[in-house]
Ligand binder design. Structure first.
Ligand SMILES: [Zn+2]
Length: 682
C-alpha cells in the first residue's frame, strides 16, 4: 500500500441539527472546493454548448470529464502532448475524472466483463480496448485530474442478489488494484460503493471501502432505473456506513429536487448531464418551477427566462428569443439555456451551503422542496393532443424517435406507426401488462407443486413487455428468493427483429434493455435466468404459424401493431384460434386496443371481455378471459362490458368486420347479442 498522504484535506465547517446536511471545504492543486458542490459533465472534454468562460459565468467551480470517451478519442497521446486535460481544454479549476465503469455498463452490446477488466470495441474506430483498473488509472493520470475514480462494475439497480453481489465483489477487488495503480501520485482517488438495490450489499460495500486509503467515497449504480424513494433509502443507508471525515459523492444524480434531498441526507458532491441536456430540448429550471420554452405561450414573451435569475442569459435575452432559437434548433438557444440551467444549479448549491452555514438548512429544505416541485404555474399545460417525436436513428423499416417528453420510441417507417407513442415503453408495459395481470402475485408459490406460469408475448417489438415481466420476476426473486417463486416461462412471437436490434444498439435510450437477456434473445433465440426458474424464448415468424403448436399459455400480452398495420392479427379468426388453443384451461388476454371492432371480435369468439386500466392518455384497454370464472376470480375485479357497450356496438359503424356476407353478419350478431356476459341473470 502507498504511504498515506493527505490529499484533499477535507474539513467540515458546519453541520445542522435535524438534517445530515454539511458544509465543507477541500483543497486541490487547482483551488479549493466548497461543498455541497455540483460538477457539470464534460463528456467529450467539453460541457455541451458551453465555453470555459460561460461555465465560470454560470458559477461552475469544478468539472467532470469522462475517461471512457476521452480514451477512445482523442486518446492519451493528445493529453500527454498538451500536458494534461487542464491545459488541453483551458480549464484552470478543479477537475474530477470518472473511471469509465458507468459508460461501459451503458453499452451492453459491445463489451465483455471479466476479472481482468472490460473488453470492448471502440465506437469510434472499431478497435478493441481493455479497460482495467490499471489502464483506467493510467489514463486518468495522463489526463491529470485532481480527483480520479476507481473502476467499478456497475449493474442495473434491479439486478438480483446473486449477480449484484458478484459485481460488488469484483468492484472491491478492482478498488484495491486501483489504489495500487495510483501509488504515490498526488492525485486523489475515490472508491465507489455498489450493491444494486440490496440494502445488505450496500452496507457491506461501504464497510469494505471505508477501510481502504481512499480520499473520498462515491455512491455508484444509482439513477439507473430505481424509483426516487428507493434511491433516497439506499443513499441514506449507505451514508450511515460512510466515514464523516471524507467527501461523499453521489454519482450521476440528478434533478434539482434530487440534489436537495441528497444534501439533506449528507451528500457533498454531485454530477449530472440534466442541466445541459434538458436545455437542448428547451427546458428551463426557474424559481417558478420547470418551464418548457418550446411552448407557443412564450412566442411573444418579453420577460427573461427567470425574473429572479441574474445569469447572463436572463440579463440579456427574452423568453421569446430563446423560444425562437430552440424551435429553430439553433446552438445558441442550447448554449443560453444551458448557461441559465447551470446557473440555477450552482445557485441552488450555494443557497444550500449558505443555509447550512447559518444553521438554517431544515427550514430552507422544507421551503425549497415545495418550490422545486412546481411546474410552470403561470402557464399551466393543457393535456397533450398528440405526442410529437424527433427521429434520431434508423434500421431497416424502423427508426428511433425522441418524444418531446424526453423518452424514446420506435416508429415503423412504412406505416408511420409509433410503438408506445404516448408514454415511455416500460411504463406502459408495467401498467398494462405486468400490474394489470398481477404478475408478481402470480409468481408467489403457494402449494408444493405449481405449474410453470407461461406467458405469450405476441409482438416482441423492442421487448418492453418481456423485459417488464423479467424485471418483475427479478424483483420478486431479490425479495423472496427462489424457493418462494413459481417458475416463469415467456414465449415471444415476432417475425421482424429489427426493432429490438435497433433499440439494443441504443440501449442508452431504452433503460429496459440494459440487461443481458435481450442480446441472448437476438443471438440464440432464448435466455435463462441463473436460477433456472425463468426462461425466455423467441418464436421467430408469423404468430399464426405457431398458434396451434405453441404450449398453452396462462397469460397473453397481445401487443402487435394496430389493426391498420397488422390487420391479420386482429381478426375474429385469429382470436377464435387463440380461444380454441387455450381451452380447456383458463387463460387471459391483455391488449392495449379498446376498439369496438376488436372487442366485438373477441366476444363473438366466446371470450368474456372486460374493460382494462387506462394507461396515460389511453383511457381504456381490454382484458379478455376464456372463462367466466377467470373473470370472476381476477384479483382486480375488472368490469365486464355490459349493456352500455352493447348499445354503442349496435350503433357503431364498425359493427361487423369487413367482407362478411349477409348470413355471416346475422351469425356474428347473434353470437354477440346472446353472449352470456350480456344476459340479465349473469
Ligand atoms: Zn438565468
Amino acid at each position: 500500500m502507498p504511504k498515506l498522504k493527505l490529499r484533499l484535506n477535507f474539513s467540515i465547517e458546519k453541520q445542522n441539527s435535524g438534517s445530515k446536511a454539511r458544509a465543507a471545504t477541500f483543497q486541490t492543486p487547482h483551488g479549493d472546493v466548497k461543498t455541497p458542490v455540483f460538477m457539470p459533465v464534460g463528456t467529450q472534454a467539453t460541457v455541451k454548448a458551453q465555453t470555459v468562460d460561460s461555465l465560470k459565468a454560470a458559477g461552475t467551480c469544478m468539472l467532470l470529464a469522462n475517461t471512457y470517451h476521452l480514451l477512445l478519442r482523442p486518446g492519451p497521446e493528445v493529453f500527454k502532448r498538451a500536458g494534461g486535460i487542464h491545459q488541453f481544454i483551458n480549464w484552470d479549476g478543479p477537475m474530477l475524472t470518472d473511471s469509465g465503469g458507468f459508460q461501459i455498463f451503458s453499452l451492453p452490446h459491445s463489451r465483455q466483463m471479466n476479472e481482468e477488466g472490460a473488453l470492448f470495441q471502440s465506437y469510434v474506430d472499431g478497435r478493441l480496448y481493455l479497460l482495467s483498473p490499471e489502464s483506467s488509472i493510467e489514463m486518468q493520470k495522463t489526463m491529470g485530474g485532481d480527483i480520479m475514480m476507481a473502476l467499478d462494475q456497475c449493474i442495473p439497480s434491479s439486478a438480483p442478489l446473486g449477480p449484484a453481489k458478484a459485481a460488488m465483489n469484483v468492484t472491491h477487488r478492482w478498488a484495491e488494484r486501483s489504489l495500487r495503480a495510483r501509488g504515490d501520485s498526488d492525485q486523489a482517488l475515490f472508491g465507489i460503493v455498489q450493491g444494486a438495490c440490496h440494502h445488505e450489499l450496500r452496507k457491506e460495500s461501504a464497510a469494505f471501502l471505508r477501510d481502504l486509503p481512499f480520499d473520498g467515497l462515491a455512491i455508484g449504480g444509482l439513477a439507473v432505473g430505481e424509483s426516487h424513494g428507493e434511491r433516497c433509502d439506499l443513499t441514506a443507508l449507505t451514508i450511515e456506513q460512510l466515514p464523516t471525515n471524507l467527501p461523499r459523492y453521489l454519482m450521476g444524480v440528478g434533478t434539482p429536487i434530487d440534489l436537495l434531498e441528497s444534501v439533506h441526507l449528507g451528500v457533498d458532491m454531485f454530477d449530472c448531464i440534466i442541466p445541459t441536456q434538458l436545455a437542448q430540448r428547451g427546458a428551463a429550471f426557474t424559481s417558478a418551477g420547470k418551464l418548457q420554452l418550446r411552448r407557443s405561450v412564450y412566442k411573444l414573451s418579453q420577460d427573461p427566462v427567470d425574473a429572479q435569475c441574474d445569469c447572463r442569459t436572463c440579463r440579456q435575452y427574452s423568453r421569446a428569443y430563446i423560444h425562437h432559437l430552440i424551435k429553430a434548433d439553433e446552438v445558441l438557444g442550447w448554449h443560453l439555456l444551458g448557461l441559465h440551467n447551470l446557473a440555477f444549479y450552482h445557485r441552488l448549491m450555494h443557497e444550500m451551503r449558505e443555509s447550512i452555514l447559518l444553521g438554517d438548512f431544515s427550514s430552507y429544505y422544507q421551503r425549497k422542496r415545495l418550490e422545486l416541485s412546481r411546474i410552470d404555474e403561470q402557464n399551466p399545460r393543457r393535456p397533450p393532443k398528440k405526442a410529437k417525436h424527433v427521429a434520431t436513428s434508423r434500421l431497416g423499416n424502423y427508426e428511433i424517435l425522441r418524444s418531446v417528453h424526453g423518452f424514446y420510441s420506435r416508429r415503423q417507417v412504412s406505416s408511420g406507426e409509433v410503438m408506445h407513442s404516448v408514454n415511455a415503453p416500460s411504463e406502459e408495459a408495467n401498467l398494462l401488462y405486468i400490474e394489470q395481470s398481477c404478475l408478481a402475485a402470480r409468481l408467489a408459490r403457494k402449494g408444493a407443486r405449481e405449474d410453470d406460469l407461461l406467458i405469450w408475448d405476441v409482438g416482441l417489438g423492442a421487448a418492453a413487455n418481456a423485459m417488464a415481466a423479467i424485471h418483475c420476476f427479478e424483483r420478486c426473486y431479490a425479495k423472496k428468493g427462489g424457493n418462494a417463486l413459481r417458475p416463469l416461462r415467456i414465449v415471444s412471437f415476432e417475425w421482424d427483429l429489427d426493432p429490438l436490434t435497433l433499440a439494443a444498439k441504443h440501449a442508452g435510450c431504452f433503460p429496459h434493455l440494459r440487461h443481458g437477456a435481450p442480446l441472448k434473445i437476438l443471438q440464440n433465440g432464448n435466455w435463462q435466468h441463473d436460477s433456472n426458474l425463468l426462461r425466455w424464448e423467441l418464436l421467430k415468424g408469423d404468430f399464426r404459424d405457431f398458434l396451434d403448436s405453441a404450449d398453452i399459455p396462462k397469460l397473453i400480452f397481445y401487443d402487435p401493431f394496430s389493426y391498420k398495420t397488422d390487420t391479420d392479427l386482429w381478426t375474429a379468426e385469429v382470436f377464435s384460434r387463440i380461444f380454441t388453443r387455450c381451452l380447456p384451461k383458463s387463460a387471459e388476454l391483455y391488449t392495449y386496443s379498446a376498439s369496438t371492432a376488436v372487442r366485438a371480435a373477441l366476444l363473438q369468439t366466446g371470450f368474456f371481455v372486460a374493460q382494462g386500466v387506462g394507461t396515460g392518455p389511453k383511457s381504456d384497454t381490454t382484458i379478455a378471459f376464456t372463462s367466466a370464472k377467470g373473470a370472476a376470480d381476477h384479483p382486480l375485479a375488472p368490469q365486464l362490458l355490459g349493456q352500455e357497450w352493447l348499445k354503442r356496438w349496435r350503433r357503431s359503424a364498425a359493427k361487423f368486420p369487413e367482407n362478411l356476407s349477409g348470413q355471416e353478419k346475422t351469425r356474428f350478431e347473434t353470437l354477440i347479442e346472446t353472449h352470456r356476459q350480456f344476459s340479465t341473470d349473469f
